[in-house]
Design a protein around this ligand. Structure first.
Ligand code: PNW
Length: 483
């Protein structure tokens, strides 16, 4: 079914959360300060060709030193909540003992947010695994899940009294499959079924930490999944339909089902039955009791959505999407066991990432979650777009494309709310331009422009637009919005 993005005025509920999101490694810099030790992203970004232009997070946007001013800017731009992540190797350098100096940064951040009336939304793991743990096998080592619990406890002991919302993982799909199968993200391993093994241990880490923090009184727990909407190229072609089912399985249901239904999807197990890890079926890493830990009830579901995918089971050359757009490094398919699947371009307009602008996919995704899974309050914990933003002669950054993008995606969210889907908030990715992983500083997702020579912050016109939206809760008819 298609969905037509509505025009005209739409009004969001008065308690709708208007947030902005960031992640530790993408903004903090200060990688060797106050006891922090390397994460897998410090190591990976030092590999020639791994990140565009050899960029690293060494300085990033220097948020570690500019935090109070950044929080003041968040407040000025009307954010009612701020989603940030905590750096594991700051809090537990080398995954060892707690580092009070590292924790103190987040303590100050949370106080600064609260003093400005901004609700903190904390992510424990946004991809910066301590390198020491990767050296011991990383997410392919089951022990990493237990070390994650130790780390979660230390953060909760310090901030549990002031942070209302705790999410364990950001986008475990990326950590597992881009990190351990495709090799396009840290730690850059290209080991096939390792992605599935990593996914299982990430899920286990999520479940164990959720149980532990629940026992310690946390009452708003969850995680953020990046979900896609796979549409078969030809809905009448069984080969394309099968390809779309496989991508749905390996991208969405491989996480949604264990967490929300307590089991791996049967078709995913079948599709991956031949894949081995250390000579044994990969599913040997799944132990009795794991799925009941993984399905520990959560309170909120974070959804990150940028675009869907057209999916074909036939060879194609006009592919878009994952891997296809990475310049320097050969990236394998993250869809292990379904490597034959291709992602043809639909010819839709794209952002600077080459990602299709597809708001109807977001609407359909939200409706599908509502229909297919136990219902939870949903927060869009990320959506946004990269464009080639520049500071103009007038000293301003005009980004009407980003305004149009956010307008369309928010209308898709609003349409879902009208259909009864319990969506309670929206976190724009991202508060400011930052280290965009394998794309370094080349791709700008911010509402706030950062000059990477001076580190000066300039709110883009989209930031002013978003601030108005956060204040009024109303999207005006397109065309009325002034850039
Ligand atoms: C997400 N892919 O990353 C992350 O949560 C953010 O940290 C990131 O900056 C944002 O989206 C924009 O990219 C992704 O290749 C990175 O499929 C890559 C992919 C998906 C999500």
């Amino acid at each position: 079914a298609t969905y037509v993005v509505p025009t005209g005025e739409v009004r969001f509920p008065s308690d709708f959360v208007w947030g902005m999101a960031t992640a530790s490694y993408q903004i903090e810099g200060a990688v060797a300060e106050d006891g922090r030790t390397p994460s897998i992203w410090d190591t990976f970004s030092a590999i020639p060709g791994a990140v565009i232009n050899g960029d690293t997070g060494e300085v990033a946007v220097d948020h570690y030193h500019r935090m109070p001013a950044d929080v003041a800017l968040l407040a000025e731009l009307g954010a009612t909540s701020y989603r940030f992540s905590v750096s594991w190797p700051r809090v537990r350098p080398d995954a060892g003992e707690v580092n009070p100096a590292g924790l103190a940064f987040y303590d100050r951040l949370v106080d600064e947010l609260l003093s400005r009336g901004i609700a903190p939304w904390l992510t424990l793991y946004h991809w910066d695994l301590p390198q020491t743990l990767e050296d011991a096998g990383g997410w392919t080592n089951r022990d990493t899940a237990h070390r994650f619990v130790d780390y979660a406890i230390s953060v909760h002991e310090a901030l549990g009294d002031r942070v209302p919302t705790w999410t364990t993982l950001n986008e475990p799909w990326c950590s597992a499959f881009l990190g351990y199968s495709a090799g396009h993200h840290a730690p850059g391993r290209q080991e096939g079924a390792a992605g599935l093994v990593a996914a299982h241990h990430l899920l286990l880490a999520h479940g164990l930490a959720t149980q532990e923090l629940r026992g310690r009184g946390a009452d708003r727990l969850g995680l953020s999944l990046n979900l896609t909407v796979p549409d078969p190229s030809d809905p009448a072609d069984p080969v394309d339909v099968d390809a779309a089912r496989r991508i749905d399985g390996l991208h969405n249901r491989v996480f949604l089902d264990p967490i929300l239904r307590g089991s791996y999807p049967a078709d995913v197990l079948e599709d991956t039955a031949d894949l081995t890890w250390h000579g044994r079926p990969w599913t040997d890493v799944v132990r009795d009791g794991d799925l009941s830990v993984i399905s520990t009830p959560i309170d909120v579901l974070g959804v990150n959505y940028y675009h869907g995918d057209e999916v074909s089971g036939h060879p194609r050359t006009d592919v878009t999407g994952i891997g296809a757009d990475h310049p320097d490094r050969v990236s394998l398919s993250p869809f292990v066991g379904s490597e034959h699947v291709t992602f043809p371009s639909r010819g839709l307009p794209v952002t600077a990432m080459g990602w299709e602008i597809q708001p109807d996919g977001l609407h359909r995704l939200l409706r599908r979650l509502h229909d297919d899974y136990p219902r939870l309050p949903i927060y869009l914990t990320e959506t946004g777009a990269a464009f080639d933003d520049r500071v103009g002669d007038d000293g301003e950054v005009h980004d009407p494309d980003r305004i149009a993008f956010l307008d369309a995606y928010l209308r898709a969210v609003h349409g879902a709310i009208e259909k009864g889907v319990d969506v309670r908030g929206f976190y724009q990715w991202s508060f400011c331009d930052n280290f965009e992983w394998a794309f370094g500083y080349l791709k700008r997702f911010g509402l706030v422009h950062v000059d990477y020579d001076t580190l000066v912050r300039t709110p883009k016109s989209s930031a002013r637009w978003y601030a108005d939206l956060a204040r009024t809760g109303v999207l005006s008819p397109p065309g009325v919005v002034e850039d």
